[in-house]
Write a protein that binds this ligand. Sequence first.
Ligand code: OSB
Ligand code: MG
Length: 363
Amino acid sequence: MKPRLNCFEVVLPFKVPFTTSFGTQSERHALLFRLEADGVVAYSECVTDVGPHYSYEDNYTAIHIIREYLAKFIEDLPDPKVFLERSEAVKGHNMAKAAFEMLLWDYHSKLSGKPIHEYMSGSKGYADVGISIGMDKVEKVVARVGEAIQRGYRRVKVKIERGREHEILGAIREVYPEIPLTADANCDYRIKDIEILKSLDRYNLVYLEQPLDHDDLVDHAKLRKQISTPICLDESITSPDKARKAFEIGAADVVNIKPGRVGGFTNSLEIARIARDQGGHVWVGGMLETGIGRAFNVALASHSLVDYPGDTSPNDKYFEQDIVKNPFKMIDGRIKPNTGPGIGVDVDLDYLIKVSIKMTRIV
Ligand code: OSB
Ligand code: MG
């Protein structure tokens, strides 16, 4: 039977708008893929958003690249590695590629009858969980940090931007001097701001995430030599090769791996291996995914190469009602990956259709 592959464009409002240095998101506007083949139904999520603000990709470039170039590479449902090799014909567009690479991981693990974390092998069976808190009035940020600690999160990350760093971090440290705290600047600084960045050393952060430009390694290496806070890279690490170079020139201590940003699970595992071999630390980030993307992230975050808590909060942090009927629960700051075949999510298809604004047949 020929496979059938559809793309659902869905809009799910957030409980709380999420503000970073690059803007505010009040809803998750996602591309979700549904593949039916050989009696298996597989899913994946493209982590792009409506605008090119986290990276150059957005929903419209992703769907264009997928339809015009990647669709023909997935028709015979190859192994994810084979798909990745074929898609080298397309430069960049990792988020578009990852949507299909991970769809193939879900499909092949479902065919094997195994949950995806077992199919990839090396899982500890649980993921340590941290929270990512967006910017807001400082009182609100401090209150959310308090709630997160109450709920048992294993580390707290807050968003900062140029001009608000001391206001936010100072207020948190005044109330919570000891909690494992990190800050994410989402590229808002340049190397000329080095004195401001050095002044963050007083907050005793576990690490500072992506202070400088989205594709920079060289200035991060310069900064890292002059600051005692460890440096974590997010946006700058788009491939295993970038990870190798980052550690070779001393640009990073820690990597935030988002499978969407790096082209999928195969590259994520490779980057984790490179980072850990170089003495670095690894955690799995998030892109405010629906329950579908979240299930992939949690499975990856349970891998034994991942040694720091990730941004993989339970579904109810984000949405009043998610599109899955079996949301994750966090117990003692940990989440267990689903035990059903593949990503193991029970998709609420009626609700998925209800929140869809468009459906496109891809294959
Ligand atoms: O930089 O990690 C980031 C969300 C959207 C875009 C970029 C980032 C984030 C987050 C949220 O920090 C992580 C999550 O809770 O999914
Ligand atoms: Mg980040």
